[in-house]
Design a protein around this ligand. Sequence first.
Ligand code: EPZ
Length: 464
Amino acid sequence: MDLIAENDWNKKFQFTLTWRNDRIILSQKQRADVCSFTPLLDGFHIMDRLRISGGNRLQGAVTISGAKNAALPQIAAALLSPHPLELTNLPAVTDVENMLGVVTLHGAVVNRAAHGTIIDTSAIVSKETSYDTVRRMRATVLVLAPLLARFGHARVSLPGGCAIGARPVDMHIKALATLGADVAIENGLIVASAPGGLKGARVVLSSPSVGATETAMMAACAAKGETEILNAAREPEVADLAACLGAMGARIEGAGTHRILIEGSTTWQPAKHHGISDRIEAGTYAVAAAITGGQLELIHARLENLASVVQALEAMGVSVWPSDRGLVVSRDGPLKGADITTEPYPGFPTDLQAQFMALACCAEGASLIRETVFENRFMHVPELMRLGANIKLQGTTALVRGGAPLRGAQVMATDLRASVSLVLAALVSEGETIINRVYHLDRGYEQLDRKLRLCGADIERLTS
Ligand code: EPZ
């Protein structure tokens, strides 16, 4: 690819950009390589890798960070109000950085104070949220409702699919239309308008979608009159968004159940909110303790958010008990296979399916793992098989025959949760495993390699 650069004296230079062996080479016709560098993605080297030597039992304590999937809608919700919103317990992960970047694109001012992140949206505008922004992180679509509610119009690119499925947003769109918006799809953009404002209504979701519930909640806060959301998602992150909106002045009842009532016409106020801890991160480290036959205390983990996960762990021979600081997970006997079916909360979370598959690979006997939430969430299977796992796929069901010894290899991360399942398997694989494209991990896990190393894992981040 050719590039034209101009210096401060308006002198133009022509460069050629080429990609060779994972490096980008910048060169000029009359000279050799001007420079070569490894491309960055979200501040991390896109080619960073993890090197893991398996065999160590994990012992100690892990501090669970704030929940990524609670933080993202709360950052979007800041756009609803002209008053500042201070969020504490935001996890330092690239998805949160990206969402803060999105609200900044709309004119919000983000101040990182020692105690929290203050989002000032007093001078925001409703700009088009581009495909490039949304395709990098689907959750960006959550800014649609706040921008529409605040300005009466919004243009946000359709997210498109991702590694785990088509992930349409039809329920988001239908919920906004039910609340009185005109919503059309024009050239890949969701174009929504409500010049006369949104009106409270009964929103019935065809399935308990987390994102669609959050979209409907945020729009309903600004609608005139009461809104009833039926078949709402019950995830703890939905209840945490309601708590955040409540601090901002909204009047919401029933969040965390299938029926949510919102009074509307919110009088917004400056607010502070401390987000919940990340139950998926906690479940991931619980598997790390179980798979290595060790014992970890998961600080800030909450049993009430992990009931179905604890049930699965105990069925596999893992012990879990509450501590003053959170939960302790321990395994010293054999691992037993167990059948798992992912379901909307309070069922077994789809975001822990890949991690439990890695655990099942090390169990005695077979495990049947059914994925019912997303249509393509087995990207980790071929990579686990490269480590020696015995897995047979049939549609959205995987039959895992445990007990085959896992041996280290080069593997490729593909999406956030598939990536971490490879890390877990590598912790018990004989020899060395290299995991490529760990930027997927950085999207949702804060300092994963450091947290594991502090518990005894032989893990190192290889920065190119
Ligand atoms: C949220 O995604 C989470 N992301 C996902 O976590 C999580 O896996 C998912 O909920 C399910 O728990 C965030 O909260 C940012 P859904 P979301 O709408 O809201 C279909 C991770 O790894 N659907 O509950 O997009 C959809 O295709 C991520 O942290 C429609 O058909 O999930 C899926 O099959 C991955 N139409 C099912 O519903 C719609 O309008 C559940 O999706 C919306 C969803």
